[in-house]
Ligand binder design. Structure first.
Ligand code: 1GP
Length: 244
């Protein structure tokens, strides 16, 4: 439970982590070495790899190249079980708690259980919650589920509570990649101040100000993908914002 301990330490020590989402669909494996160096220089805590549409062989190729140039822990953020790859350090074992699609709550987990068991990956049991980010994101379409309305912090909290009581080790609230409106500080505060497991926040975050606001509201780990793909220099600025 090496990776989990690192995430839990962020919460226990009231520090905040920064994770970069590398979607091999958008970042070709040829750019992985470059991104590994950028992440190293910026002091990024974790790298998430995955996406809704990525092919499994692209995933392992990207992780392989990344790991040749960085010792930052790589966490799989799989869009489907075919993306489970043993070269990563850990697996975000996502159960889509905001939806009512049984397949993403438990079905795919049953089908992939022998593969996940055999992978030797550190499994991070994660309550995954989609929050409405203002535009229909790929993940909301692909998951065939309704996100939690952005202003319903009470529903978000009850969903997170249910996940915690079911024994999930992490809660990941995501407005979806490319969200127009990131999750509000109010919702983050409501959830984080009422649960005792680490809270991951992502989706549509583009500025150091927003990163700082989320940290102050109680996010333990901030995830950014799109903004960094568009402007690489932001990696350093956004990661630094978690340290103040
Ligand atoms: C998406 O939370 C991640 O699942 C990151 O979102 O690409 O919008 O930063 P962005």
């Amino acid at each position: 439970s090496k990776v989990y301990q690192q995430i839990a330490a962020l919460k226990n020590e009231k520090r905040h982590g920064f994770a970069v989402l590398l979607d091999p669909d958008k970042i070709s494996s040829g750019k992985m070495e470059h991104f590994a160096r950028l992440c190293n220089d910026a002091g990024v805590h974790f790298v998430f790899v995955g996406g809704s549409l990525v092919l499994d062989h692209e995933i392992s190729k990207c992780i392989h190249i990344f790991k040749e140039h960085s010792s930052i822990p790589v966490l799989l953020f799989p869009g489907n079980p075919a993306q489970v790859c043993r070269e990563a350090d850990a697996l975000l074992y996502l159960s889509l708690l905001s939806g009512r699609n049984a397949d993403l709550l438990i079905g795919q987990h049953v089908v992939s259980a022998p593969m996940v068991k055999g992978s030797g990956l550190e499994v991070l049991s994660t309550g995954y919650m989609l929050i409405d980010g203002g535009v229909p994101t790929t993940v909301s379409y692909m998951s065939n589920s309704h996100p939690i309305p952005a202003d319903k912090s009470d529903i978000a909290l009850c969903t997170a509570w249910a996940g915690e009581m079911q024994g999930k080790h992490l809660i990941y609230m995501d407005a979806g990649s490319g969200a127009q409106t990131p999750i509000s500080a109010q919702m983050i505060r409501k959830v984080s101040s009422n649960i005792s497991i680490p809270l991951i926040i992502g989706g549509g975050i583009k500025t150091p100000e927003k990163v700082r606001e989320n940290c102050e509201a109680g996010a333990d780990l901030i995830v950014v993908g799109n903004a960094i793909e568009k402007e690489e220099s932001l990696i350093r600025e956004l990661a630094a914002a978690t340290r103040i």
